[in-house]
Design a protein around this ligand. Structure first.
Ligand code: FDP
Length: 352
C-alpha cells in the first residue's frame, strides 16, 4: 500500500468528526446538533445489532396487541419461555430513550406512537425529531433490508412547544437521514449541505464516511413501484409506467426493481438513479407513505442529492401536514425522471 492510501486508511472520517467539521461552518453553534446526532447514531447501532440477532433471538413473530398503524400486531413474542419485545417496539423504545436522554429534544413524533411525545421540561432542548424507528417492518421476518428514517427541525420556543410546531412544511427541515440495516449497515445523512453516506465498521463500532457528497444520476434506468396496485392508478401514473416499459423515443425500457421497504428502495434510487413511486390510487387517495417521517426526510435527501420529490400536485417538501400521521403520494428520484411524471400531471390538468 502506498503512503497516500495508508494515510487515508488510518485517517478515519467518522460521522461525529464529519458533523463536527460541518459545525465549524456555523461559529454560533454550541454542539447541540452533534450531541443529538450521536444519540441517533447510538439508536441506529442498537437496532443494527438487534436486527442482526433477530433470527437467533426470535425477536420476530406475531401475537398480541395492535399498534397505532393497525396493521402491525403484537408487542412481544416468546423465546425460551421468556417474553421478548418485537423488533419494531424495541427499536421505538430505544430511539425514544436515546432522544429524550440527549437533552436536546423537546418533542418527538414516532410512527409507533399515536400522539406526539412532549419531553419533560427539565430535559428539553430545541430540536424536534420525527422518525420511523423501523420502516419496512413487513420485511423483518424474511431478512430483507429495513431501516430507520428521521427528520430534524428546530423549535422556536422549547418551553412553549405545541403540536403546530411539529406540523411544519418539510422546507423547514434542518437535517434528515436514514439508516439501512442490510448486508451492511449504512447511515445516509444530510444537514442541508449535500448528502453523505457512512458505513458501520463493526470492528470499530463507528460509522465511517464511505460515499461522500452523493449526487443522484440526472436520469435513471430503473423504476420502482408496487405494480400490484396498477388497476387502481390514475392516468398519469399508468402512462408513466407504460412509457417505462415501452418508451416511444427509441431508448431501452427501464428495469423494474421493488423491494417493498422504503429505505432500501430509496437507497438504491439514490445511488443508481431512477424513480421511486408510491402514488395515490382509488383505494388510497393519499397514498400510503407518511408525510412527517417518510415523505419529508426522503424528499429532503433527494433534493440535496440533486434529484426531485413531487406529490402529483406540488413539491413534496412544501406540503403542510394537518395531522401527525398524514400520508401523501410521492414520486422521488432522478431529476429528469421526476420531471417526466410532473409533465404528465401538468398535461392532465391542462386537459381537464
Ligand atoms: P411496511 O408496510 O413493510 O412497513 O410505509 C411502510 C412500508 O413498508 C414502506 O417501507 C414501503 O415502501 C411500503 O410500506 C410498501 O408498501 P406496499 O406493500 O403497499 O408496496
Amino acid at each position: 500500500m502506498d503512503h497516500a492510501a495508508e494515510a487515508q486508511r488510518t485517517d478515519l472520517m467518522t460521522i461525529t468528526r464529519h458533523v463536527l467539521n460541518e459545525q465549524s461552518r456555523h461559529p454560533e453553534s454550541r454542539g447541540d446538533f452533534t450531541i443529538l446526532l450521536s444519540h441517533i447514531v447510538l439508536g441506529c447501532k442498537f437496532v443494527a445489532s438487534a436486527v442482526n440477532k433477530a433470527g437467533l433471538a426470535k425477536l420476530i413473530g406475531l401475537a398480541g396487541e395492535t399498534n397505532v398503524q393497525a396493521s402491525k400486531q403484537s408487542t412481544t413474542t416468546r423465546f425460551h419461555g421468556e417474553e421478548q419485545k418485537k423488533l419494531d417496539v424495541l427499536s421505538n423504545e430505544v430511539f425514544v430513550k436515546a432522544l429524550v436522554s440527549s437533552g436536546r429534544t423537546c418533542v418527538l413524533v414516532s410512527e409507533e406512537n399515536e400522539e406526539a411525545i412532549f419531553v419533560d421540561p427539565a430535559l428539553r432542548g430545541k430540536y424536534c425529531v420525527c422518525f420511523d424507528p423501523l420502516d419496512g417492518s413487513s420485511n423483518i421476518d424474511c431478512g430483507v433490508s429495513i431501516g430507520t428514517i428521521f427528520g430534524i427541525y428546530m423549535i422556536k420556543d422549547k418551553d412553549n412547544v405545541t403540536l403546530e410546531d411539529v406540523l411544519q412544511p418539510g422546507t423547514n427541515m434542518l437535517a434528515a437521514g436514514y439508516c439501512m440495516y442490510g448486508s451492511s449497515c449504512t447511515l445516509v445523512l444530510s444537514t442541508g449541505n449535500g448528502v453523505n453516506c457512512f458505513t458501520l465498521d463493526p470492528s470499530l463500532g463507528e460509522f465511517i464516511l464511505t460515499h461522500p457528497n452523493i449526487k443522484i444520476p440526472k436520469k435513471g434506468k430503473i423504476y420502482s413501484v408496487n405494480e400490484g396496485n396498477a388497476r387502481n392508478w390514475d392516468g398519469p401514473v399508468a402512462k408513466f409506467v407504460e412509457k417505462c416499459k415501452y418508451p416511444q423515443d427509441g431508448s431501452p425500457p427501464k428495469s423494474l426493481r421493488y423491494i417493498g421497504s422504503m429505505v432500501a428502495d430509496v437507497h438504491r434510487t439514490l445511488l443508481y438513479g431512477g424513480i421511486f413511486l408510491y402514488p395515490a390510487d382509488q383505494k388510497s387517495p393519499n397514498g400510503k407513505l407518511r408525510v412527517l417521517y417518510e415523505v419529508f426526510p426522503m424528499s429532503f435527501l433527494m433534493e440535496q442529492a440533486g434529484g426531485q420529490a413531487f406529490t402529483g400536485k406540488q413539491r413534496a417538501l412544501e406540503l403542510a401536514p394537518a395531522k401527525l400521521h398524514d400520508r401523501s403520494p410521492i414520486f422521488l428520484g432522478s431529476y429528469d425522471d421526476v420531471e417526466e411524471i410532473k409533465a404528465l400531471y401538468a398535461s392532465e390538468s391542462n386537459n381537464a
